[in-house]
Ligand binder design. Structure first.
Ligand code: ADP
Ligand code: MG
Length: 697
């Protein structure tokens, strides 16, 4: 274990390293910047940059990069070396404060959703000093935000930081009402549980669909799937265990608190959970985790699939976003306390979340919307596309008692009065019984389970932070200056429960009955990405983000463009890949197979007069019919793609892909999968599901 403590964060320029290497006053100034968000003075930055460079070079780095997260959802980096020419034709290694704090980048190669046309092609990156610099691949990486010269956010970090400021500001107003003067700030915390699949590299390399799209576009169900549930928490295969150990080590070097690794429900599926941390750092760490998973897998001749639904008929992968709020004193605001006073505060923050989730269901749904995640939501392994909250029976009863003024559970004879009565402590829910809820309270945090495995956690938390900030803003407006604090608090909580209790659902979210019930309750059911995106720039949503200065309307519209474009592009690539696989591999192979059978049949018949050849005859007949169908479906898919090209409106085009292209793809797949079942295994052009799912030995 001592080895772990030695390697942990060994590649991170963190507080310990800073303390060791920076003059005292500079270290203090740096801490102030990190803790209180104070602006970094250029003189301080110069000293920090120099120390950072020396440390990086000592640890093998030759380059540096402003590491950022463009709207594509992955990370980007442009490497510059530290070298700087001298007069005598030599080089020295240099890195200035200016280079540390701000970098320039050509924004034109990243999606900007039209912002590029209005503003300059260049953008700038600005260091986020609250997320430590680290070394990866001999490069000093400086976590940064990425903006256009007009100041518009071109990345996922800028809005995330803005949303954290928004919730900090409003939560502090509430805490002041409760008399918490010694709290300096409120931050949100996130612990993302990351699911993924591992497949054998050699098998992977034979599947163009996996290579180009990250998921299988064809593939018949294997005889054994996940029905036995024998993989979940089952023993980990040695090769996978080695991968996990190696991965943990790489993550630890980067200061990432990788904690638990286990198998998931589906065969070949696994999960990694880190210990939670401040949201922006957690977002950076999750990006690094995904990157490292893919890199480390290759070292073990494995490929890590982060797609939400790599295999049909098998559970997909999600990313559970565990979220809470914590004060600068370390108090978790979603932890119910021991005293009436603490309880009241807890209930207030809880109600803020309930109200936020109800009022911004659409934004939460949009924050998890992607072509990949559309396959997963509602597919009976992940929450439906309807947003609802699980509170557990006990907490729900308490809220009901507050709302109706009735006694709680008959035990308390008097009405629950906030700030006076202690609410009973309820056990933390650590079981799986509420796995079906998209948004579950689990004792001292909420677990949002709709997010897809490949997505950044940024969007989700931008929405959560901002929507909760808005609830808190309204609460603070109402209570500040109220003559009777306790009475107005009680009223507010009661009113909020009444108005928003329809979002609370403790039953089975996978049940079809719930979908009907949700509709009756008036909850949104936005089944697909294009459908969900129609709600993004609704007036109430623009108002929300503008009020809290998280997004301007221009930025929101640009994001909408980026999301629509990305949806369309992903489907276009998938459709083209399918057509190619069909034309070049599957149909020729099947045709040859039929030819072989026909020859055999003829040979049999000429050898023995009157022989039946039932196998050959029936397969020839069936396979020929399916082959003709494949041809037809391939052509109609190709035609649909041509039609799509003619559409100029981005939303319309996304709708067309969603309604028509996907249907064509499904029909083509059905024909091919039926063929796979009856064809000779040795002539099928790709490794099948059995090999993919059980191929890691
Ligand atoms: P599960 O039962 O879902 O596996 P755990 O209790 O192990 O859940 O926690 C799952 C994740 O939630 C972990 O990443 C953990 O660090 C994180 N978590 C725990 N407390 C908080 C918190 N206050 N804020 C954010 N995330 C948290
Ligand atoms: Mg969980």
């Amino acid at each position: 274990m001592s080895n772990v403590t030695k390697i942990f964060a060994s590649m991170v320029f963190n507080a310990t390293v800073m303390k060791e290497r920076l003059p005292k006053d500079i270290y203090k100034a740096m801490q102030k910047t990190i803790k209180d968000g104070k602006r970094l003075d250029i003189n301080v930055a110069n000293v920090v940059a120099n120390a950072m460079k020396d440390w990086a070079i000592e640890n093998g780095a030759t380059h540096y990069t402003h590491w950022f997260q463009p709207m594509t959802g992955i990370t980007a980096e442009k490497h510059d070396s530290f070298i700087s020419p001298t007069d005598d034709a030599n080089v020295i290694m240099e890195f200035s404060g200016k280079e540390l704090v701000q970098g320039e980048s050509d924004a034109s190669s990243f999606p900007s959703g039209g912002l590029r046309a209005t503003f300059e092609a260049r953008g700038y990156t600005a260091w986020d000093p609250t997320s430590y610099a680290f070394i990866k691949d001999k490069t000093l990486c400086i976590p940064t935000a990425f903006c256009s010269y007009g100041g518009e956010a071109l990345d996922q970090k800028t809005p995330l930081l803005r949303s954290m400021e928004a919730i900090d500001k409003q939560a502090m107003r509430i805490l002041r009402l409760f008399g918490n003067d010694n709290v300096k700030s409120v931050k949100t915390t996130v612990g993302p549980e990351q699911e993924y699949f591992l497949v054998d590299e050699e098998i992977y390399n034979k599947r163009p669909d996996l290579i180009f799209t990250g998921r299988t576009l064809f593939g018949a169900k294997p005889p054994k799937g996940q029905e036995l549930d024998d993989h979940y928490y089952g023993s980990i295969k040695p090769r996978v265990a080695e991968f996990m150990r190696d991965l943990d080590e790489e993550l630890w070097k980067l200061g990432i608190l990788a904690k638990t690794e286990h198998n998931e429900v589906a065969p070949a599926q696994h999960e990694l959970a880190p210990i939670f941390t401040t949201t922006n750092i957690s977002a950076d760490h999750n990006q690094l985790t995904m990157e490292m998973m893919q890199k480390v897998a290759r070292r073990h001749s494995l490929v890590c699939l982060l797609h939400e639904k790599p295999f049909e008929g098998v559970n997909g992968s999600g990313k559970h976003n565990n979220w809470s709020m914590v004060t600068s004193n370390g108090k978790n605001l979603l932890d119910p306390g021991e005293t009436p006073y603490e309880n009241a505060k807890f209930l207030m923050f809880l109600c803020a979340v309930i109200k936020a989730v109800d009022e911004y269901q659409d934004l939460l749904r949009i924050s998890v919307a992607s072509a990949g995640n559309d396959h997963r939501l509602g597919a009976n392994e992940a929450p439906p596309a309807v947003v609802s909250i699980f509170l557990g029976e006990e907490l729900s009863e308490i809220l009901e008692a507050i709302e109706t003024g009735k006694s709680y559970d008959g035990r308390e004879k008097v009405q629950m009065k906030i700030g006076v009565h202690v609410i009973p402590r309820f056990p933390k829910d650590t079981t799986d019984r509420n796995r079906t809820s998209p948004f579950a309270f689990t004792g001292n945090k909420f677990e949002f389970r709709m997010l897809g495995s490949s997505a950044s956690v940024s969007d989700v938390n931008v929405v959560l932070n901002t929507a909760v900030a808005e609830s808190l803003r309204q609460f603070a407006d109402e209570i500040e200056g109220a003559p009777d604090f306790e009475a107005s608090l009680h009223n507010l909580i009661k009113k909020t429960i009444k108005a928003h209790k329809h979002i609370i659902f403790n039953g089975n979210g996978y049940d079809d009955k719930w979908i009907c019930e949700a509709e009756k309750r008036g909850l949104l059911n936005l089944k697909t990405t294009p459908e969900a995106l129609k709600h993004l720039v609704a007036k109430k949503n623009i108002e929300l983000f503008e009020t809290h200065r998280v997004y301007s309307e221009v930025e929101m519209r640009s994001r909408l463009e980026v999301m629509l474009e990305s949806y369309r592009k992903i489907l276009n690539i998938e459709a083209l890949t399918m057509a190619e696989m069909s034309n070049k591999d599957i149909m020729p192979a099947v045709s040859e197979f039929i030819g072989n059978l026909s020859n055999t049949l003829l040979a049999k018949r000429s050898a023995v007069k009157g022989i039946k050849g039932a196998y050959e005859e029936s397969i020839i007949e069936k396979a020929s019919a399916l082959l003709d169908e494949m041809l037809e479906k391939t052509r109609s898919l190709e035609n649909a793609l041509k039609e799509a090209e003619k559409i100029t409106d981005a939303q319309e085009e996304a709708d067309y892909y969603c309604n028509t292209v996907i249907k064509n793809m499904e029909e083509l797949r059905t024909a091919a999968d039926e063929l796979e079942v009856i064809c000779d295994r040795t002539m099928w052009p790709y490794p099948d599901y059995s090999e993919l799912l059980f191929g890691v030995r």
